[in-house]
Design a protein around this ligand. Structure first.
Ligand code: FMN
Length: 375
């Protein structure tokens, strides 16, 4: 019996109908979106890196009350950059001086310095393990061996994210079940961990087949996939699943504010850029006045996660004022391909389009490794 496009090792390992993963949207996730994708037969994910363990526990309970299907909870391995712990009030005020005119422009309140409260990956991961979440996904590194072993014992599927082939090999050696190969087209943060983010800017079309060649675990393609053509292309490169972020962010079920969703759907979202200015780490969003201002030389950027906390003092009033030019408008390079505003419509079009485009004798795609040179 020929296999249909969706019968891949990714779908089998995750116990889902369609190997389509709604990418974790840290900070803009919603329980409703996560559950809706899982209920449809894909894998919904919730990005929980910014939350304390109690909040994470509550969210797992809420998602579990909305779906009986598998879903993923996502964390970041590396939670602070060098200098964050020792950063002082003087550094805060220097970074604020660049932002202050923008906060004034949207009628926000200028923030005061407050000492930094650290969140630890290990404490967050404990909640995921104790709750026996169906899937534990992560970026920015490799979890400690004990955590991966405990996940395996509990039957929790693990998914790591890579931005280079070398990172994929390290994750496979650590015993991670599935790997997301995220090209530089992707919206938000990509999670480089062996080299700097600036030195890990490989595109999806290069990264996916090289990752497929380098590891035996199934590869999920991410970055720039926003419609069924992207899924077919990813499968042609050897991926056995896709992870999509920006297209899900534009859905009304996501946690993005209306002004952000409208910017993605505006068809003027194609001009994206990379900046460290929004969080302290390199990430992709729509080019706007804020990104230009933060990328201007001389702008003081605090180490992650301090810059992210500082920027929240602008985000809240800018959202309230509906001022898209002064918001971090996370989006990937295929934002202009996004049309769907409801998650069910998006998933229907992805599934129907993939079935029409990907041959059912898919074995010629996903089991493909690079041909041996004939010399
Ligand atoms: C707003 C936003 C937040 C994101 N947060 C996370 C996160 O916390 N963890 C993670 O693994 N990926 C995160 N991502 C990456 C997505 O999960 C996904 O891999 C990426 O968006 C795929 O590229 P695309 O945007 O071109 O579809 C985020 C992406 C966006 C747009």
């Amino acid at each position: 019996m020929p296999k249909t496009w969706n019968e891949t090792r990714v779908a089998a390992t995750l116990g889902i109908d369609y190997p389509i993963i709604q990418g974790p949207l840290g900070g803009l996730s919603s329980q409703r979106l996560t559950a809706a994708v899982s209920n449809f037969g894909g894998l919904g994910s919730f990005g929980a890196h910014g939350l304390d363990p109690h909040a994470i526990q509550d969210i797992i309970g809420e998602i579990a009350s909305l779906t009986s299907k598998p879903f993923a909870m996502n964390l970041w391995l590396s939670m602070e950059d060098d200098g964050a712990a020792s950063s002082d009030a003087a550094a805060f005020h220097q970074a604020l001086s660049h932002l202050a005119p923008h906060i004034d422009a949207v009628g926000g309140k200028q923030p005061a310095f407050s000492p930094y409260k650290r969140l630890r990956f290990e404490d967050q991961a404990r909640v995921l393990l104790d709750a026996k979440v169906p899937v534990f996904s992560f970026i920015y590194g490799v979890p400690p061996r004990e955590i991966l072993e405990e996940a395996r014992k509990q039957g929790i599927v693990t998914i790591g994210t890579v931005t280079t082939v070398e990172e994929a090999v390290v994750l496979e050696q650590a015993g991670v079940d599935l790997v997301v190969a995220s090209g530089f087209e992707a919206g938000g943060h990509r999670g480089s961990f062996l080299r700097s983010s600036e030195d890990s800017l490989t595109g999806t079309i290069s990264l996916v087949p090289q990752t497929v060649d380098a590891v035996t675990i199934p590869v999920i393609a991410a970055g720039g996939i926003a419609d069924a053509r992207g899924i077919a292309a990813a499968f042609a490169l050897g991926a056995e699943g896709v992870q999509i972020g920006t297209a899900f962010l534009a859905c009304k079920e996501s946690g993005a504010p209306p002004v952000h969703r409208e910017a993605i759907l505006s068809h003027h979202a194609g001009h994206t850029g990379l900046t460290r200015g929004f969080t302290g780490r390199l990430a992709r969003g729509i080019q706007n006045e804020l990104m230009e201002s933060m990328n201007r030389s001389g702008a003081e950027i605090l180490p992650y996660p301090l810059q992210r906390s500082l920027m929240r003092h602008l985000a809240a009033p800018a959202q309230q004022a509906g001022k898209a030019e002064l918001l971090a408008l996370w989006a990937g390079q295929s934002a202009n391909l996004v049309h769907c505003v409801a998650v069910e419509d998006l998933l229907n079009s992805l599934v129907r389009g993939a079935a029409a485009r990907i041959p059912s004798t898919r074995d010629s795609y996903s089991q493909d490794k690079a041909p041996t040179p004939a010399i």
